[in-house]
Design a protein around this ligand. Sequence first.
Ligand SMILES: NC(=O)c1ccc[n+]([C@@H]2O[C@H](COP(=O)([O-])OP(=O)(O)OC[C@H]3O[C@@H](n4cnc5c(N)ncnc54)[C@H](OP(=O)(O)O)[C@@H]3O)[C@@H](O)[C@H]2O)c1
Length: 237
Amino acid sequence: MSRPHRPKTLILGGSRGIGAALVRKFAGDGGDVVFTYAGAHEAAATLAAETGARAIRVDSADRDALVAAVAAEGPIDILLVNAGTAVIGDPLGLEADAVDNMIDVNVRAPYFAAVEAGRTMPDNGRILIIGSTNGDRIPFAGAAAYAMTKSAMQGMVRGLARDFGPRGITVNSIQPGPVDTDMNPSNGPMADLMHSFMAIGRHAHADEIADYAAFLASPAAAMITGSMQTIDGGFGA
Ligand SMILES: NC(=O)c1ccc[n+]([C@@H]2O[C@H](COP(=O)([O-])OP(=O)(O)OC[C@H]3O[C@@H](n4cnc5c(N)ncnc54)[C@H](OP(=O)(O)O)[C@@H]3O)[C@@H](O)[C@H]2O)c1
């Protein structure tokens, strides 16, 4: 499979955490990387200066703005959808608007971004969506809505793999377990409980997720599609 010298790579949600590790990895490997962010302007600007990637402010919850940005950046060789939020807590007390926003960012945005990218994506392109092991298993209370978004995304991955497969485009999800980020710090109040469910009882480092994403985006992974690639230290085992 041929691959452009500098594959055009769009990373949704690249300013912090796993997304920032993806920017560093794909830019470091020579990609032509553009990444979006919503609020963390300074972090995005610093990362852009460090890596040579280009940062653009696009709120994934704004469908029209997101689709316009994906179209403007096309054709895209590699789309990585990382932007996500986690609204956790007793479902009887959660704000409905916050849950709706999470559905917009975690489900609607990956779908519309992937479809838009697919319009012009060259043959053998890659679409990778960061899901969660919680799409398969949620062994504690307070995460029903978050888990719902990550499970919903699985159906989209399977379906789009069928839609785009004839062009050699692969569509997969990476499902991390706990990863040390602002969203889920390794010294946070839930850390010990999470580690108790795992075979390897620690948070992953964000670059462990980025390294695996780079493999899935490589020509070597041409036959992996429609799949959930779990990287969770045995959280779901
Ligand atoms: N950390 C974990 O343990 C874990 C485990 C499983 C799955 N995940 C998934 O991995 C992904 C990244 O998580 P993380 O832990 O790295 O989170 P994080 O530290 O909170 O970083 C989230 C990133 O997504 C961006 N983002 C959030 N909402 C956005 C929006 N509406 N529009 C554009 N960008 C947006 C943020 O940009 P701003 O900085 O501008 O806000 C930031 O760059 C999420 O999909 C999450 O569900 C995380």
